[in-house]
Design a protein around this ligand. Structure first.
Ligand code: UTP
Length: 290
């Protein structure tokens, strides 16, 4: 069965980025010339997904508005002959079919995904975290969908991290697979205490999940941090049926974290058509002063 839908949870509180995120969703913070969430939606669209399901919460309507048609703005831009800008806004509102569901309390990522169960239904689906950016030649979601067509089972995207950082991630212990960059998941642990795992395969914010995950999430009790953790449900799913960890090609940025956000701005500015050259020049000048 094909993957047609992508769930994008954007209901988190964004506490790591306060006070910036007090009134503005972290997913709407700008990376060069567009909000973080737009890069993620564009990645999903470029990968052939047909529908996006945003899991939102109170105070996140700016995200839905960003992808909606704004009649007044369109009218003013036309009057002022700013047709190019108008076209770009049109493009954003016509990108893809988007629906939203409300997560009433921020009970964790597992709970956020569970909230989308009625709209996803009984089919495999993609999950992309609303603050995780992947810069790559071939969109990360596309790479994963290609693997899914071969294996027809759940996939988590992973990247290798230094051993002293494993405690910050969900970590996969896997068995090497014949296919390049692909591992069979053996075990999974959320934020392992230092020295308790030999693996350096850290889960990032891209998943393809079989719909069985919903039933598992229904019975998952709050884990680490009092939240319904996705990793706990993934572990249960991986024991029920095969699951793969895929080392995607590209660079991932945690744009929900201040340092990750700064790294993303530099990386995306350096690949921007108009800004790359002047920005490089500026960076060279800055480096001289360090
Ligand atoms: P994060 O853990 O990065 O989000 O979740 P957070 O809770 O907003 O972050 P901090 O730690 O307080 O800064 C990854 C993604 O999952 C969503 C977030 O919006 C983010 O896009 N999320 C998280 C939900 O939708 N609901 C939740 O209950 C938690």
């Amino acid at each position: 069965m094909d993957v047609r839908k992508a769930v994008i949870p954007v209901a988190g509180l964004g506490t790591r980025f306060l006070p910036a995120t007090k009134a503005i969703p972290k997913e709407m913070l700008t990376i060069v010339d567009r909000p973080t969430i737009q890069y993620i939606v564009e990645e999903v669209v470029a990968s052939g997904i047909e529908q996006i399901i945003f899991v939102t919460s109170e105070g996140k309507s700016a995200i839905e508005n960003h992808f909606d048609y704004n009649y007044e703005l369109d009218h003013v831009l036309k009057e002022k002959n700013k047709t190019l800008l108008g076209k770009e806004l049109d493009m954003i509102s016509n990108l893809i079919d988007i629906v939203s569901v409300r997560q009433k309390k921020p009970l964790g990522l597992g709970h956020a995904i569970w909230t989308a169960r009625h709209i996803v239904g009984a089919e495999p689906f993609m999950v992309c975290l609303g603050d995780d950016l992947v810069s790559s030649e071939v969109p990360c979601a596309w790479q994963m969908l290609e693997l899914f067509r071969e294996v027809g089972e759940s996939i988590v995207a992973v990247q290798r991290v230094p051993p002293n950082q494993t405690f910050q991630y969900g970590i996969v212990e896997g068995i090497e697979n014949d296919r390049e960059r692909t591992h069979r998941v053996k075990r999974m642990v959320e934020k392992p205490a230092p020295g308790t795992t030999d693996s350096d395969l850290a889960i990032i914010g891209r998943y393809i999940l079989m719909p069985d995950i919903f039933e598992i999430l229904s019975g998952t009790t709050p884990g680490h941090g009092g939240e319904i953790q996705l990793t706990d449900a993934l572990l249960a799913l991986s024991m029920k049926r095969k699951m793969y960890a895929y080392e995607f090609e590209g660079t991932r940025f945690d744009a929900g974290d201040k340092f990750g956000y700064l790294q993303a701005i530099v990386a995306y500015a350096l690949r921007h058509d108009e800004l790359a050259e002047p920005f490089k020049e500026h960076l060279r000048e800055v480096v001289k002063t360090l």
